[in-house]
Design a protein around this ligand. Sequence first.
Ligand code: MN
Length: 190
Amino acid sequence: MNFEWKRGFTIDFNLKTGLSAAVESSKRRASNMKGMYCDSEAELKLIENGDPLMYEFHEIGAPEDSGDIAAGTSIVYPGKVGDEYYMTAGHFHTILDTAETYYCLSGEGYMLTENKEGDAVAHPLKAGEMVYVPKGYAHRSINTGDVPLVTFFAFRADAGHDYGTIKQRGFKKLIVEKNGVPEIIDNPRY
Ligand code: MN
């Protein structure tokens, strides 16, 4: 069986493996991200002026058991809200001790990670390179380039997502454009 993914990525599945036959796709627009960017005025303007698509992700729809692997692609579009680059909402895993690997297929940016003890690390994302998000770390991808940032991700399928913690307090660091280049700064609202 052959699934044609957005932007030409194709993955072949054998139905005998028991994978469900549907790719699950999700899209997040500016209005879905309301309150997550520092510049709320710029955020509101974007929502009123076309509510652009910021990112989308596509999952293979594997069973969510401990021995299964959830995998798919994530696409973050280029753009900024004020001087803050487009990013994903970011999450911890509900089973906190769950690592995840991201392989960058195209574009450039960062994988911002932090654990509950306050250790924050920004891993560069570059086409052809892998980022390993260790157990216990929340993660968010940020597109600092001018083409879509596309990554392939995989993690244990029963890990679940905790979006609430990040929605409440954000990440410790922000990635903003300063003098035309990305800069990692402290989040003033954290
Ligand atoms: Mn994850």
